[in-house]
Design a protein around this ligand. Structure first.
Ligand code: SF4
Length: 620
């Protein structure tokens, strides 16, 4: 089928064997690529209740039909596995050029199963692959590892010490990009795979190159003219979050931070020396570069985005921007997710304050955090406990209600009391507390592409379902979610309406509002690359199908509707002051409507009729 290399490489690390196989065309049509095929392979390839860090777990790297056909911002790599942090299905995404390079080897994807007897890297060239011993690389950080593996023709995806030591929120890194949430790096480490290096010359067949120019140019132009990201990238959103009362502060006890200006996008902008490199071909380049003083001199590092600023900054009452930059860079070097790390440190401080654990940690003190990070990555001393995440800590030391997690994943940096749609999306996200599969925070907090009222349930259930389906479809396309801020749009006259008007309209007529949201460049591009006609309905259905399959995966693992919940702070403990004073998320009411509109039973189980309508063959 056009748009695909036509085969997936399946490597068994137990004995070093490997085979290529074809994903059936019927499945490719249903699940498109990226996350969709990744989740299908995971569901089919994994026995229920497999230990996520055991050899039986599989780690899946998937590209999509648009990978490598010359369109910017659709070239991420989807990584799917069973998460060691949550025990659920998890998907995370790697920017840079690794996905393009993997597909240039003639593979749509790579599956790693089993466990190597000693540390290795996997070298993939066009139609060929080799496992090489890599004892000398074990223990290196991600910069050292990539330098040692540098090649003119290949790209590398690797883990740092945190992945090697199976920190449950370890990342996979390529260049400056990280596949961040859910601990895929720990799964790679459990298999003793330090890195995968790929590069070849295979060219993806395209069904109609001439007609592809239309959506391809439209995407390029739209990205060029949209100033979605200022110099400081998503860090620019921090002030809006603070103003709306959703900036996580003191382990989410509060929604605004008195000293937010010291760590805001504006403060960061003053330090940014130049725009970052971004992904190849993407003019957005959504981060900047800042100077960082180290023992060996001043180096240039990627500036922190909104999430690390919130989770390593305000959520810990840290107003020292340089310390946040340093700690965020340490997370990158060691290969750890700064969001989960921030959530884990926040609960550790609460436990230390209550005398449950003995750690020299305090809210507002940045100096104590830096030295702890290598201990976590190495699982040494007190770092061992923290390496298992927030839920593990409260399971061991008590105060379950203070762990700000959903399904065991530390929640991203938005307080749901001020963004109820995002709250529902957190509660129902199959991977747990990540905003990545919905991005409802964008309209609710930043007013993009249109403003939605935050602390309101009007129209929110339909909006959440739509956003989840759309972002799942984008995950199958392996499109960059940040660039989607430029490419998912509404007519300019809608954009120009005052927030109060769009809020009212969206609340009263959510289905009509959704019909204004336009993302046709994506599905037109897929149609011209694959030769299979995708329209708005077919595209959204793909995402819905994947979400249902993820639901079935989690049900099979023993998760129930009880796990579609938010921490007590968000549903039973309103703030006394600030923009969200007195508000809590009415999650039970929203969930019942959500299940009904999803075509699920009252206890959140997809009905057979609905699965049949979607063409999902698997059953609960
Ligand atoms: S917006 Fe940022 S992450 Fe996305 S493709 Fe462009 S540079 Fe890469």
């Amino acid at each position: 089928m056009d748009g695909y290399a036509g085969k997936v490489l399946n490597v068994n690390l137990d004995d070093g064997s490997g085979k290529e196989f074809l994903v059936p065309e019927e499945i490719v049509r249903k699940y498109l690529g990226g996350k969709g095929i990744g989740v299908w392979l995971l569901y089919r390839g994994l026995e229920p209740h497999t230990d996520p860090l055991g050899p039986q777990n599989v780690l899946i790297f998937m590209t999509g039909p648009l990978t490598g056909v010359g369109i910017p911002a659709v070239n991420h790599l989807a990584v799917c596995t069973k998460s060691p942090l949550t025990g659920t299905v998890v998907d995370c995404y790697l920017g840079g050029d690794f996905a393009v390079k993997l597909k240039s080897c003639g593979y749509d994807g790579l599956i790693l199963r089993g466990k190597s007897p000693r540390p290795v890297i996997i070298d993939i060239t066009e139609g060929n692959w080799k496992i090489r011993e890599a004892e000398d690389l074990w223990g290196t950080n991600v910069v050292q590892a990539q330098e040692l593996l540098e090649s003119k023709v290949a790209s590398t995806a690797c883990i740092g010490p945190a992945g090697e030591n199976m920190v449950r929120y370890a990342t996979i890194v390529s260049g400056e990009h990280t596949a961040q949430r859910g601990g895929a790096g720990a799964v790679m480490g459990s298999k003793l795979v330090k890195a995968v290096r790929a590069g070849g010359r295979f060219e993806t067949p395209v069904f109609d190159r001439e007609r592809l120019k239309g959506p391809s140019e439209a995407i390029r132009e739209r990205i060029r003219v949209t100033d979605t990201y200022p110099r400081e990238g998503t860090a620019g959103n921090l002030a809006a979050s603070n103003q709306k009362g959703v900036l996580p502060t003191r382990n989410f006890a509060l929604g605004s931070f008195d000293n937010y200006l010291k760590i805001s996008g504006e403060a960061l902008r003053a330090q940014i020396k130049r725009k970052g490199k971004g992904c190849p071909g993407c003019p957005i380049a959504c981060t900047g570069e800042v100077n960082l003083t180290t023992r060996s001199g001043t180096i240039r590092v990627k500036s922190p985005s909104y999430q690390p600023l919130a989770m390593l900054g305000s959520n810990l009452l840290v107003d020292d921007l340089e310390a946040i930059i340093r700690n965020n860079y340490l997370c990158y070097l060691l290969g750890m997710d700064p969001v989960s790390l921030g959530g884990t440190i926040a609960i550790s401080i609460e436990l230390a304050e209550k005398g449950r654990i003995d750690l020299p940690l305090h809210f507002g003190s940045a100096r104590e955090i830096g030295p702890l990070l290598p201990l976590i990555a190495q699982r040494k001393g007190p770092g061992d406990d923290l390496a298992d995440g927030a839920l593990s800590l409260v399971t061991k030391y008590g105060y379950r209600e203070l762990a700000m997690v959903v399904k065991g994943m530390e929640i991203s940096g938005y307080d749901p009391r001020g963004c109820w749609g995002q709250g529902l999306a957190f509660a129902t996200c199959p991977a747990g507390g990540t905003h990545v599969g919905s991005m409802l925070a964008a309209p609710e907090i930043q007013g993009r592409p249109v403003a939605l009222p935050g602390a309101s349930s009007a129209g929110k259930v339909r909006m959440t379902i739509f956003a989840q389906d759309l972002f799942n479809s984008l995950g199958c396309t392996v499109a960059c979610f940040r660039a989607a801020y430029s490419l998912v749009r509404v007519p300019s006259w809608v954009e120009a309406l005052p927030g109060s008007v769009t809020s009212l309209f969206t609340g009263r007529a959510p289905a009509l509002s959704i019909s204004f949201v336009n993302f046709f460049d994506y599905y037109r591009a897929i149609s011209f690359v694959t030769g299979v006609r995708y329209d708005r309905r077919v595209f959204l259905r793909t995402g819905e199908r994947v979400l249902n399959l993820e639901r079935l995966f989690n049900l099979r693992e023993g998760f129930t509707s009880k796990d579609d919940n938010l921490p007590l702070r968000f549903i039973g403990s309103p703030m006394r002051e600030g923009p969200t004073a007195g508000k809590v998320v009415p999650i039970t009411k929203m969930l019942l409507k959500y299940y009904r509109l999803r075509g699920w039973s009252e206890i959140g189980i997809p009905t057979v009729q609905h699965l049949e309508r979607l063409g999902v063959e698997e059953r609960p």
